[in-house]
Design a protein around this ligand. Structure first.
Ligand code: IMP
Length: 501
C-alpha cells in the first residue's frame, strides 16, 4: 500500500512567527545574516559563506553576469543559467570574475546609423540614457561617439535623424586608457572634467568599459559584497546531468566558485553519478549543490552522494506547473521543515553540516524570514529577482505599467530539457513551466536592502542576532484561513482607492 504522510503539506503563507523576548542588544544593526553556502565539518569553517542568505535562480530569465555582479555586491550569489552553450555560460562566469567594481560593460549600444526613434525605444527598454556609438553597434566595437539625452530635442528633430548627425563625436570626447586607469583615477577625471560618464578604451579605440558619476557613492558602499581571496566577485553556475564532463571543466576554468545541478527532481541516480564523476575527476574540493528534494529520504540520498548543499522544493515556483501536469510536489514550508530536520539529524550522526536552500515559492519578503526560521540556510529566488533592472529580460510597458518578462526553464520558451531529463529523447514532451510577466520593481540594491531590513527587524522581534540563533529560538504557528484575512489591512477603505475631486 502507498505511504501516506500524516500531515497535510503547508506553505509559507500558512505560518506566522510568534515573537520572543528581545534584549536591548537586539537591534537590526547588530544582526548578522552570514550563512554557510557549502558543507563543513563540525568545528571547521565552511569554505564559502554568503553574507546575505539569497541566491538567484538558475534560469535564463534571472541569472546572467549582470545579475551575478549586482547580487554579489549585496552579499549573495547568482547561479548563472546552464540552459545555454558551454561557451556562452563560461563567458558569463568570466565576465563576473573579470568585473572591476565601477567599470561597467556598456549595455545600450548603437551604430552611427541608429535612428532617434530606435534610440528612444532602447532608452525605454533599458532605462539608460547614455549610449555608446560603436562602428558595429556592439559593446566592444570601435568607439565613434556617445549619445545622451542632452544631444537631442524630440520637439525639434524627426525620429529618423541618425546618431552620427547629433552624437558627441569621438574627437570631442574625454576618455581614458582601459589598461592603465584605475577606479580612483577614473573618478578623478569625471570630477575634474564635470563628466557624467567616462569611456575607457583599448589601444585600438575599442570600447572596454564605462565609469559613471552616479555609481561613485555606490562603489564605496558595498560593505557586504561577496568576494573571493583575489577580491573578485563570487559566482555560481548551473550544470546538468548530461554534459558535465565538458561543462564542468569549462566553468571551473572560467573561475566559477560553486556549481549546482539544476534539476526539477533530484532524488535520482543521475545526480549521484554526476556528483561522483565531478569529485573523482576534478577534486573533492569542487563545490557542487544538488536537488531538488522535498523529504528526508531525498536529503539523505544526496548527502550520501556527496552534495555540498541541497536544494529543497518541487512545484512551488511561481512559473511552475509541475504539480498540475505531473501531480508531484509538496508544500514548500513542510518540505523545508522536514529536510531541515533530516539535515540536523545527519549533522548529529556524522558531524557534517550540509546547508539546505529553500528554492522557489517566495511571494512576500517575510516568506524568506519564515524559510530561515524553518531551518533553511539560504533561499533561491526566481520571480523575486526577475523583476529588477539587472535581470536579463525585456522590460515592457503594458497599459502604462512596466513589467519584466519571466519564464520557467520547463517552458517551451526555455526548452531546458536537461532539467527534466529522465533519459530517452532530448526534448521536452510537455511543459512544466509558463511564460509570463512580472511587475517591474526597479534596482536590485533597493529591493534587497528593504527585504533584508525587514528580515533583520523580525529576527530582533524573535530575540536573534544570527540565523543560527534565529533557527533555535523561532516559534512558529499555523494560521487559520480566517486569521489570514485578519493579517492584511481589513474593514477600512484605503485612501489611494479614492480619486479626489
Ligand atoms: P520562484 O522564485 O517562485 O519564481 O521559483 C523559482 C524556482 O522555480 C527555480 O529556482 C526553479 O527551482 C523552479 N523552476 C524554474 N523553472 C521552472 C519551470 O519551468 N517549472 C517548474 N519549476 C521551475
Amino acid at each position: 500500500m502507498a505511504y501516506y504522510f500524516e500531515e497535510p503539506a503547508h506553505t509559507f503563507g500558512e505560518y506566522l512567527l510568534v515573537p520572543g523576548y528581545s534584549s536591548d542588544k537586539c537591534i537590526p544593526a547588530n544582526v548578522s545574516l552570514q550563512t554557510p553556502l557549502v558543507k563543513f565539518k563540525k568545528g571547521e569553517e565552511p569554505k564559502i559563506k554568503l553574507n546575505v542568505p539569497m541566491t538567484s535562480a538558475i534560469m535564463q530569465a534571472v541569472s546572467n553576469d549582470t545579475m551575478a555582479i549586482a547580487l554579489a555586491k549585496e552579499g549573495g550569489v547568482s547561479f548563472i543559467f546552464g540552459s545555454q552553450s558551454i561557451e556562452s555560460q563560461a563567458e558569463m562566469v568570466t565576465r563576473v570574475k573579470n568585473y572591476k567594481s565601477g567599470f561597467v560593460n556598456s549595455d545600450s549600444n548603437i551604430k552611427p546609423t541608429t535612428t532617434l526613434g530606435e534610440i528612444l525605444e532602447l532608452k525605454d527598454k533599458t532605462g539608460h540614457s547614455t549610449m555608446a556609438v560603436t562602428d558595429d553597434g556592439t559593446a566592444t566595437g570601435k568607439l565613434v561617439g556617445i549619445v545622451t539625452s542632452r544631444d537631442y530635442r524630440i520637439t525639434r528633430m524627426t525620429l529618423d535623424a541618425q546618431a552620427k548627425d547629433f552624437m558627441t563625436p569621438f574627437a570631442k570626447l574625454i576618455y581614458a586608457d582601459a589598461e592603465t586607469t584605475n577606479l580612483s583615477q577614473a573618478n578623478d577625471m569625471i570630477w575634474d572634467n564635470k563628466l557624467n560618464m567616462l569611456p575607457l578604451i583599448d589601444k585600438n579605440q575599442r570600447l572596454r568599459y564605462m565609469v559613471f558619476r552616479k555609481d561613485y557613492t555606490d562603489n564605496k558602499e558595498n560593505k557586504l559584497e561577496l568576494i573571493d581571496c583575489k577580491k573578485r566577485y563570487v559566482v555560481g553556475a548551473g550544470i546538468n546531468t548530461r554534459d558535465y564532463a565538458q561543462r564542468v571543466p569549462a566553468l571551473l576554468k572560467a573561475g566559477a566558485d560553486v556549481l549546482c545541478i539544476d534539476s526539477s527532481e533530484g532524488f535520482s541516480e543521475w545526480q549521484s553519478i554526476t556528483l561522483k564523476y565531478i569529485h573523482e575527476n576534478f577534486g573533492e574540493d569542487i563545490k557542487v549543490g544538488a536537488g531538488n528534494v522535498v523529504d528526508a529520504e531525498g536529503f539523505r540520498f544526496l548527502a550520501e552522494a556527496g552534495a555540498d548543499f541541497i536544494k529543497v522544493g518541487i512545484g512551488g515556483g511561481s512559473i511552475c506547473i509541475t504539480r498540475e501536469t505531473k501531480g508531484i510536489g509538496r508544500g514548500q514550508a513542510t518540505a523545508v521543515i522536514d529536510v531541515a530536520r533530516a539535515r540536523d539529524e545527519y549533522f548529529r550522526e556524522t558531524g557534517i553540516y550540509i546547508p539546505i536552500c529553500s528554492d522557489g515559492g517566495i511571494v512576500h519578503d517575510y516568506h524568506m524570514t519564515l524559510a530561515l526560521a524553518m531551518g533553511s540556510d539560504f533561499m533561491m529566488l526566481g520571480r523575486y529577482f526577475s523583476r529588477f533592472d539587472e535581470s536579463p529580460t525585456n522590460k515592457v510597458r503594458i497599459n502604462g505599467t512596466y513589467y519584466k518578462e519571466y519564464w520557467g526553464e520547463g517552458s517551451n520558451r526555455a526548452r531546458n530539457w536537461q532539467r527534466y531529463d529522465m533519459g530517452g529523447d532530448k526534448k521536452l514532451s510537455f511543459e512544466e513551466g509558463v511564460d509570463s510577466y512580472v511587475p517591474y520593481a526597479g534596482p536590485l540594491k533597493d529591493n534587497v536592502g528593504l527585504a533584508l531590513s525587514k528580515m533583520r527587524s523580525t529576527m530582533c522581534n524573535c530575540g536573534a542576532l544570527s540565523i543560527k540563533e534565529f533557527q533555535e529560538k523561532a516559534k512558529l504557528t499555523l494560521v487559520s484561513s480566517t486569521s489570514i484575512v485578519e493579517g492584511g489591512s481589513h474593514d477600512v477603505i484605503l485612501k489611494d482607492q479614492f480619486s479626489h475631486e
